[in-house]
Design a protein around this ligand. Sequence first.
Ligand code: TRP
Length: 331
Amino acid sequence: METVVSGIRPTGRLHLGNYFGAVVNFVKLQSQYRCFFFIADYHSLTTHPHPSDLHGTVRQVLAEYLACGLDPNQCTLYRQSDVPETAELYLFLNMLAYVGELERSASFKEKVRAQPDNVNAGLLTYPVLMTADIIIHRAHKVPVGKDQIPHLEMARNFAERFNRMYGENFFPLPQPLGTEGEPIKVPGLDGSGKMGKSEGEGNAIFLSDDEATIQRKVMKAVTDAGPTQPHQPKSPPVANLFTLLKLVSSPDTVHHFEQAYNNCTIRYGEMKKQLAADIAAFTAPIRQRIDAFKNDDALLRRVLEEGQKKARASASATLAEVRRLIGFRKF
Ligand code: TRP
């Protein structure tokens, strides 16, 4: 069975865009591949989080992914820093990565722009650590979004360089794993592009938002003046609302509002009320599970201990071979 690895950045709460865009895919993959999913807490140190924030965000994403259906009995779910073999492999790979190629990476340049006062070496070697994450389990496939494709290309380069340098095809060259069919793009509520938490308060609906918050955000969503002719093409903000409706509402509901739009009788207020109610109904059970997991330290500890055991078994087997190939041997 092929091995899949993916990292989860511990950056706050998941929104519907994350859910339909990535999390649903992870949940599907865990029954089809040998999956390793980890919380990338080493990576997050590049931005110098406060120690209690680091712990809090790891708790949050762990609870949220469990609530969405990642099942520690089906996949290996672990915290990156619980597998120190990752750091050792990162050290070895740093000897193969050239400063020039790291400096040329578009994501590095972008981060330099974003945090000019903290251009640390960890930022420069982010793709090296990401490579270590992936090849430590000798992964074949990595489910990532478009933005991570250049990183994955660097991972293939480093893995290939290791193979060439040490004379064996030890590491598979990790390939991106797309979703079946078109990836689902979840629009935000501000009438422009996709849902994202950096697009301003109110654009994203989080899985942990309560019903009142969801309602407030949806009622404020951008629309237009309404159709004046039958079957008028929809403006982007209105098309976005219909896209959201299709994700969470019944086909009958969607049909009802499509028809109302097409014969110009639609009232956006009514549609928003329905959309808010259907989003709330969709996320309520997830939200309840998030709350339950978040407050169950014993369970979170057990999940991470179990994940660590499985991940370290895989990682230490790889490292034993890597050390031997590099030339570290017993007397
Ligand atoms: N860089 C990824 C992101 O920003 C997170 C990540 C870290 C990752 N290590 C990984 C993804 C390994 C896939 C495989 O989302």
